[in-house]
Design a protein around this ligand. Sequence first.
Ligand code: SF4
Length: 133
Amino acid sequence: MDAVLSTCVYCGCGCGCYLHVQEGRVVGSSPSRNHPVSRNNICLKGWHLHEMVHSPDRLTSPLVRKGGRLVKAGWEEALDRAASGLKKCMTKHGSEALGVLSSAKCTNEENFLIQKLTRAVLGTNNIDHCARL
Ligand code: SF4
């Protein structure tokens, strides 16, 4: 079994961990002893990090709603649909009708850009984040 040094993606702490790979599949995770942030510790989410890699529930492409059902779509179509939906809502109800939920799985820099987009482009302070542990 191989142990590949990686970073946990479940929150912004970015703990160092090893992903254990067997026959091309990620089968386990464990803390990195020397990581400067986590120093041989990971939380429960980190111990279960490997479970999402091959999960059949993992979202691997954008989904758009068609005829009341969510169906797979390309990024261009999904982004066009999102942009037109946001524009329609802004035009009809104003910026305060919008809200943005960001993700702990983004980097700090990506989250910074999302709040900039929300405040400077969409014109609202309605933004929140799921990084609370
Ligand atoms: S979810 Fe847990 S293990 Fe993963 S980065 Fe955050 S604190 Fe570390």
